[in-house]
Every structure is written in structure tokens, then in C-alpha cells.
Design a protein around this ligand. Sequence first.
Ligand code: 2AL
Length: 242
Amino acid sequence: MTHIRVINPNTALAMTASIGRCARAVASPSTKVTAVSPAMGPESIESHYDEALAVPGVLAEIAAGEREGADAYVIACFGDPGLDAARELATGPVIGIAEAAMHAATLVGRSFSVVTTLSRTAGRAWELAHRYGFATACRGVHACDIPVLDLERPPARKAVTELCAAAVERDGSDSIVLGCAGMAEFCAEVSRATGVPVIDGVGAATRFAESLVALGLRTSTRGEYARPLPKRYSGLLRDFTI
Ligand code: 2AL
């Protein structure tokens, strides 16, 4: 059995449960999905400050997964917080949902639009599109200006769906990438409303993680992603000493 640890980098437990449902809905029957969130960190991630302070909790969850023998990890926040550091720590593959969604989008069309939460998160989405090599394919990043934790409230689903439909028209794009793990459960509805492929990064990352495990592929330890050098960590970070 393949064990995938899906890490919600924020501490909102209702969102972790929703992320777990979305990952399990697409995972194969022989995959065990464990959805977790860190014991410390921000309740939602919608600034660079939130993102930076979410990373220690994400790394603690990777360390816990290593102790439990997880085969692969998903980082289920659209900023892909701590992805490089997690790869240095984990034995198995680690996939971020933004990276998974953007890769999936470019396998089913030439272009995509991202629909995100607050306007201030658009810069990070563009930064990741550039980093992953998809800046040309990404035709627009659109903010619904609904905070992450308000996505659970009923009006959010309609607002996000309408914005996705408008984004496809405005950008002339082939697909939609949902720019927050809290939107994962909107995927089917947005697909119906827009008529284009809609990519929820949680599902895409879960399936990519499974595929890499099935292919026997792990993060290369040859260069940059080698295990971090042992050294002393002090103060609040003392438990992170390797
Ligand atoms: C996110 C996300 O996926 N989780 C979170 O807390 N914030 N992304 C976003 N664009 O706000």
C-alpha cells in the first residue's frame, strides 16, 4: 500500500478535512491518504509573513511522516511553502499543489488562468508560474478577494465559479487552475460552469505523488536536494536540529 501524507500548511482543521476528502476522492484504492496540519503556524496563508511562518510546521510534519514511513508528500497550499526544504528532508517525492496544478494544466491545454483568494497572493502565483516554467502558459491570475477561511461560506462557491467563467473569457485560456486548497471542493461545479478543464492542485498532486512512487522515482539527493548538513539549531527551532 502506498502511503501519501497530505500536509495542509495552515492550522484550520475543517480545511484539512476537506483537503483529505479531495485527495481520497482521486487516490487509487490501494493508496492510504493521511491528511494532517501542523500543530503550530497560521490559521490561513495569505501573505509572505504567513507563508514563512507556516514552513517550520510543514517541516515538522515531513519529519513525522518520515518516522511513520510515508512514501510521498503533498504540500496542500498554493504558495507551495517549504517545498525545497521538504525535498531535502523527505525520502520520497514531495509535490506542491501549485506546481502539480500548473503541470497538469499544460498537459490538457496550451494556456491556463489562475483564480486565487486575495489580490495580494497574485504575486506569489506569478512567481511560481515563472519558477516552474509556465509564465507564458499562465494568461492571468485573478483574485476573488475572499479570505481563505471564508471560502467555506456558501456565497464563496458562486463567486469563485463566476470569476472562473469570467477569467476564461477575458484571458482566452484553455483551462482553470484553482489557486487555493480551500477551493478544491469547487472543482466539479466550476467545470460545469466553464466547460473547460478545471484543475484542483490537491487532486493533481496526490495523483502525481502516487505515480512517482509507482515509477520508483524519488527526489535526487545528488546536489541541491541532498540532506541538510548537520548543525545546531537554537531557541524555538532547537527541535529542528538534524
Ligand atoms: C492558500 C492555500 O492554498 N491555503 C492557504 O491557507 N492559502 N492559498 C491562497 N491563494 O490563499
